[in-house]
Design a protein around this ligand. Structure first.
Ligand code: ADP
Ligand code: GN1
Ligand code: MG
Length: 384
């Protein structure tokens, strides 16, 4: 295993938090594109105990202190609301304070760090394995929105202003194409053309006058932990982008991240498909948690949101590729272009099936299939 202390002195960072016992080791953890996540192990009276230590990417999150205020308020609120549930400690993230009682530690290099209790006997998945899993993920994210609906004022900070402002993301792409800072536009002609043709799509959610809610804004499948024993989506993680938003940003991102059987950076685009059974399961799971607070207008636009958010993230990958990979971590040449391609392929797949997706949503929201809508999907049928 790579010696992570070469990059950051995780042992020194760990000492700053109220974690009992002796530091044993730390290794990188997870596959996020933004922060640096470590799993640190401590010896607590002969028993190993694990913790998550995370360095917040302050190039992306410009004000980590405000971000941590959000995270603190959100974790406390969720903690209070679920306190009486069995296994409550695994159903929400628990921040560990620094030795001087703060939510995060700033090291000598200006890096901001936080620590969480490690949720044991649970895992995340980068690629969906079954409709049951899609259902569980969507139910968990829907429940997350529901539990945060009564978060007391004030409004949460916008940790990244305009995060899901699709027209703004599109304008950023146009700027990146115009600047062509690292002379890569020639490698992405088809993708640029694909994007420019769909400019009209970008305003469609903003123009729908939907209510502002507290939303997660990054509902990738690997931001839900699944219980190893039951498969239940027990805990939503990655709270950096929890802020005011539209409910459909979250549902749309679930469609983006959880309907295709391929990795987000898959190079064989024939593997990228919008599997209808996954969409059905996502919609059912989300409505299971959300049907009583979501408006009719929100429900009606669920399929559109899937297309729009997939397009939006595709434009972000493309803009970053054109700018020289300044935002998303990359691990190989043209990585962001490969990621853009899977997103745009998925947009095409959604366009092809959009009518059917809308019909399905209508059928489970107008009462005709009400009994089925609340039920879990049956055994896996993951074929497209
Ligand atoms: P990133 O912003 O880099 O995506 P995340 O907060 O999503 O960071 O964490 C990365 C991964 O670490 C998650 O996908 C999950 O597998 C794991 N993880 C995060 N928090 C915890 C936790 N409290 N307990 C166990 N695993 C966690
Ligand atoms: C980033 O941090 P991570 O890997 O969960 C990004 C999301 C994108 C996602 C694409 C703060 O999420 O917006 O949808 O990559 N997060 C941020 O995989 O930009
Ligand atoms: Mg994550």
């Amino acid at each position: 295993m790579m010696n992570e202390h070469a990059k950051h002195d995780v042992r020194a960072v760990a000492r700053e938090f109220q974690i009992p016992g002796d530091f044993l080791s730390a290794a990188t953890h997870g596959s996020g594109h933004i922060n640096d996540t470590y799993c640190a192990v401590f010896n607590q009276r002969g028993t190993p105990a694990r913790y998550i230590l995370q360095r917040i990417n302050h190039r992306v999150f410009k004000d980590p202190a405000k971000l941590m205020q959000n995270v603190h308020r959100v974790t406390e609120h969720l903690g209070r609301k679920i306190a009486d549930e069995p296994d409550a400690g695994r159903r929400g993230l628990t921040l560990i304070a620094t030795r001087n009682g703060k939510a995060c530690h700033c090291d000598g290099d200006g890096n901001f760090w936080r620590a969480y209790i490690f949720i044991e006997n649970a895992h995340t998945y980068d690629v969906v394995e079954s409709p049951e899993q899609a259902y569980e993920a969507a139910k968990a994210f829907g429940r997350f929105q529901k539990l945060l609906a009564d978060l007391p004022a004030p409004r949460l900070h916008d940790t990244i202003p305009g995060f899901h402002d699709t027209p703004r993301r599109f304008a950023a792409l146009e700027t990146a194409v115009g600047a062509d800072a690292v002379n890569r536009a020639k490698l992405a002609k088809a993708e640029i053309e694909f994007a420019l043709k769909r400019k009209a799509l970008t305003r469609q959610l903003l123009d729908a006058n939907l209510p502002e809610r507290v939303t997660h804004n990054d509902t990738k499948l690997n931001n839900v932990m699944f219980d190893d024993a039951t498969g239940e989506g027990i805990c939503v993680v990655d709270l950096d982008t929890v802020m005011p938003g539209l409910a459909l940003y979250d549902f749309g991102d679930m469609v983006r991240a959880t309907t295709s059987p391929a990795q987000e950076d898959e190079r064989n685009l024939s593997k990228v498909t919008m599997q209808f059974p996954m969409f059905e399961a996502l919609a059912r799971g989300y409505l299971e948690s959300g049907s009583d607070f979501l408006t009719g207008a929100e429900k009606k636009l669920m399929a559109l949101a899937g297309k729009l958010i997939t397009f939006e993230i595709g434009t972000r990958f493309l803009a970053d590729f054109l700018a020289g990979d300044l935002y998303f971590k990359i691990h190989r040449e043209n990585h962001n272009l490969d990621r853009c391609r899977t997103q745009f392929k998925l947009v095409e797949e959604i366009e092809r099936q959009e009518e059917h997706m809308n019909q399905f949503i209508e059928s489970i929201t107008d009462g005709t299939h009400a009994a089925r809508s609340a039920r879990k999907p049956r055994k896996p049928n993951v074929k497209n």
